[in-house]
Write a protein that binds this ligand. Structure first.
Ligand SMILES: Nc1nc2c(ncn2[C@@H]2O[C@H](COP(=O)(O)OP(=O)(O)OP(=O)(O)O)[C@@H](O)[C@H]2O)c(=O)[nH]1
Ligand SMILES: [Mg+2]
Length: 184
């Protein structure tokens, strides 16, 4: 009694404690660009270099919640595993180049493996499809069908993001925050 330390369970503490999320997806899918859109705003992004291993940055949402974003290199492979522990949300990015593009079987399998990781058992997943609206919509429907069984019982969502759209980037963050707040 009387040490002056709080239990750590009060609302202000939990609001300021950053929630850890992973930003994953293939190389050049747009992960770092999305992180910079959240952190600095799209208009300030001059160029983005391919990520070596990972970037980590804290962002603050419109409602002042802090999120610790681990932006992992698309070629991270097995080095991803040490990042899983303590993850409160996963954003999986996909870039759709041409109309009619679809997800290769290999990527579908690696997404399924990630969803089934024990450390991510109760972790929400947000899929973000970047590309023109028509192509993204097709990929979004296709992916939903292909992953439905694996995602059974999980909290997840899927949304599309157009290039150079701060509005879309902000919306992704809003949806992510809503998913995270359902867990906390
Ligand atoms: N205009 C526009 N370009 C984007 C967007 N997202 C990504 N790009 C471009 O796509 C390329 C790859 O983006 P990155 O953010 O580096 O992709 P990444 O997923 O972080 O790639 P790795 O770090 O190699 O895994 C860059 O040239 C970006 O400028 C976007 O929302 N709008
Ligand atoms: Mg990157």
């Amino acid at each position: 009694m009387g040490t002056g330390c709080s239990t750590g369970l009060s609302a202000p503490w939990s609001n300021s404690y950053p929630l850890k999320i992973l930003l994953v997806g293939k190389q050049s899918s747009g992960k770092t660009f999305l992180l910079y859109s959240w952190k600095y705003g799209i208009d300030t992004i001059m160029s983005v270099e391919p990520t070596k291993h990972f970037n980590v940055d804290t962002i603050t949402t419109a409602s002042e919640r802090k999120i610790l974003v681990y932006d992992l290199a698309g070629n991270i492979g097995y080095r991803l595993r040490p990042f899983l522990d303590g993850t409160e949300g996963v954003v999986y990015m996909i870039h759709v180049g041409e109309p009619g593009d679809s997800i290769f079987k290999e990527e579908e399998e690696s997404i399924k493996q990630l969803i089934l990781e024990r450390d991510l058992e109760s972790t929400p997943f947000l899929f973000v499809i970047r590309g023109d609206p028509e192509s993204s919509k097709g990929v979004s429907q296709d992916l939903t069908e292909r992953l439905q069984a694996t995602l059974e019982g999980k909290q997840w969502d899927i949304m599309c993001l157009q290039d150079y759209s701060q509005e879309d980037a902000d919306l992704v963050l809003q949806v992510l925050e809503k998913m995270l707040s359902r867990r906390t």
